[in-house]
Structures are given as structure tokens and as C-alpha cells.
Design a protein around this ligand. Structure first.
Ligand SMILES: C[S@@+](CC[C@H](N)C(=O)[O-])C[C@H]1O[C@@H](n2cnc3c(N)ncnc32)[C@H](O)[C@@H]1O
Length: 299
């Protein structure tokens, strides 16, 4: 039976239905002066998959226009993309057809209505997805992912980075100061900047999750609630569902606050793209990134 969608999910469906054409163009930008967050996230998933012994099947949740699914299919992986926006799935399917990729398959469905056999996938990814679901839906999604993954399988999630609120020096920073969360966020950022590996931060404390169902500061799009997480928050939630966090990876590293990006977009793009080359070298870049990836394995 289909579940009743929340206001947040209804807004996301409307927004992404309208936005498929723009998303398709955004996914392809190669300009040095622009930051291609979609490609940065996809590259991380492809790196995780290439480092595994064998990946025969992969699921990409909230696949958008399907660039990651097609890239996986080109690597010989049987890849499924699920997205609830009809326009996204239509664009993804057209591209896969014109590129003659029989290993890429797309399905229009909410992930909460999708079904798959237990252990069906070696890898599950969800880039830019968890910000559009409630905490109860996140718990449900992680239970489903755990069921659908083969033991030892990889779950890769992209998330907006709440630690970046410390360094964005804008309304997000003000909100954390007012809520009394800044010292704890700073302590987490400091621990991450000093960490040699993810094991060094797994027991670090963190702030409470953002309030549910509220209109969030400057989401920038037609969806009023768009969650942010800190790395330690996600490590903790994943652990509860039987996942062990293996790696964190910064996405869209800012050399300066977003006000600089608004004033000097080209300089911002050049600096961010340069910094991205060092993303896998040091965890110290994580607090400065507006999003991050987390790779966890099903125990
Ligand atoms: C920010 S876009 C990311 C698209 C793609 N993963 C990428 O990185 O380019 C989020 C996508 O999640 C989809 N989405 C949101 N909630 C969903 C749900 N419950 N089931 C399936 N797709 C969903 C939206 O339609 C949208 O295409």
C-alpha cells in the first residue's frame, strides 16, 4: 500500500519534477569556474565501488537524471536508479537508451514503495536524498538499505554538512549561536580536523538533530525543510542500524564564506575545484565543505 507523503516529500516531488531539465544540464557542467557537486558525489561512489572486490549490482536512491547509474553500468555493474519524479526518470531512461546501456535500469517510485529481495545489492547510494526525508523516514530507509544489501555491502550517503554552519558566517551561523549549538559543533569540527581516520571520531559527542518539520533557513529551493547532519550524527545513526562507517569525504570545499562566492563566483569556483583535488588527503577539509559523503559497510 502506498504511504501518505509528508509536506516535505510533496514539495520535493513538485520541485524535482519541474527541475529535471536544469538538473540534467547541471550534472554535465565542466567549467573550471563552476563547482559540479553532482559529479563530485558520483565520483566518490564510483571510487568506493572500484575499491570493492566485486560489485555486481547497485541501487541508486533518488537517482535524478541517472548519471551515476549510467557510469556504474559502463563499469559492468547491473545498476538500478529509483526516483519518484517522473521527469527525472524519463530523462535518465532516454540517456541510457541513446548510450545503449542495457545494464542501467530506472524505476519511477518512492523508495518507500519500492521492493527488492533481501541481499539484492552489493552497493546502495543516495546522493542529495536524505535531506528531503523526515527522521522517521531516514530510520525506515536505513532498515530497507540494510535488508537489501548483501552482508559486507556498501552504503554511500551524501549529506548537507551542518558543521559548515560554523564557517558560512551567515544566517546559518547566527542560528547555531542562538540555539547554543556552536561550541559543540566547533568541538566536533576540531576533532575531525585533527583525526587521522574515522575511528578517531566515532566516540566524539555531537549536537541534537535539527528540529523537525520546521521551515529551515535559506534552503534556496522550493522545499522548506531540508535537513543538515554532522558527520558524527550520521555515524551514530548508521551504527544503530548495523552499519560501520568507513570513510568521510568532503564535497564542495569552500575556501571562503558563501558571501565571497556570491561576489566572485569564478574565483570561488577555481579555489573550490583546486581544494577538491585534496579531498581524499586530509580530514581537515571536512568542516569547510558544504556537503560530505559517508561510506558505511553493513556488518
Ligand atoms: C537533490 S536530487 C539528487 C539527484 C541525484 N542523486 C544527483 O546527485 O544528481 C534528489 C532526488 O531525490 C528524489 N527523491 C526525493 N525523495 C524521494 C523518494 N522518497 N523516493 C525516490 N526519490 C526521491 C528527487 O526526486 C530528486 O530527484
Amino acid at each position: 500500500m502506498k504511504r501518505t507523503a509528508t509536506k516535505q516529500q510533496k514539495e520535493a516531488l513538485t520541485y524535482f519534477g519541474k527541475y529535471a531539465g536544469d538538473w540534467d544540464r547541471k550534472a554535465r557542467t565542466t567549467k573550471q569556474s563552476e563547482v559540479n557537486v553532482i559529479a563530485e558525489r558520483n565520483d566518490f561512489v564510483l571510487k568506493v565501488v572500484s575499491e570493492r572486490k566485486r560489485v555486481r549490482s547497485a541501487l541508486d536512491v533518488g537517482c535524478g537524471t541517472g548519471d551515476l547509474v549510467r557510469a556504474l553500468a559502463k563499469e559492468g555493474v547491473r545498476a538500478v536508479g529509483v526516483d519518484f519524479a517522473k521527469e527525472m526518470i524519463e530523462t535518465a531512461t532516454e540517456h541510457a537508451k541513446s548510450e545503449r546501456l542495457p545494464l542501467a535500469r530506472f524505476e519511477q517510485a518512492s523508495i518507500f514503495d519500492y521492493t527488492a529481495p533481501a541481499g539484492a545489492f552489493d552497493s546502495i547510494s543516495a546522493n542529495g536524498f536524505i535531506e528531503y526525508i523526515s527522521y522517521a523516514e531516514l530510520e525506515r530507509f536505513l532498515s530497507l538499505a540494510s535488508e537489501w544489501l548483501f552482508p559486507g555491502g556498501s552504503l554511500v550517503l551524501g549529506s548537507r554538512n551542518r558543521l559548515f554552519n560554523l564557517f558560512s558566517l551567515n544566517a546559518f551561523t547566527e542560528e547555531e549561536l542562538k540555539g547554543g549549538n556552536a561550541p559543540m559543533l566547533l568541538a566536533e569540527a576540531l576533532a575531525i580536523a585533527r583525526a587521522k581516520s574515522i575511528a578517531d571520531i566515532s566516540d566524539v559527542g555531537t549536537v541534537p538533530l535539527q528540529k523537525e518539520g520546521t521551515k529551515h533557513t535559506g534552503t534556496g529551493i522550493g522545499v522548506a525543510t531540508r535537513y543538515q547532519f554532522t558527520p558524527v550524527q550520521l555515524i551514530t545513526i548508521l551504527r544503530k542500524h548495523g552499519f560501520e562507517a568507513m570513510e568521510l569525504f568532503p564535497i564542495h570545499i569552500h575556501g571562503a564564506p558563501p558571501s565571497f562566492k556570491e561576489a566572485y563566483p569564478e574565483a570561488h569556483g577555481t579555489i573550490a575545484n583546486l581544494l577538491q583535488n585534496y579531498a581524499g588527503e586530509t580530514m581537515s577539509l571536512l568542516p569547510q565543505s558544504s556537503s560530505f559523503m559517508i561510506h558505511a559497510k553493513k556488518k
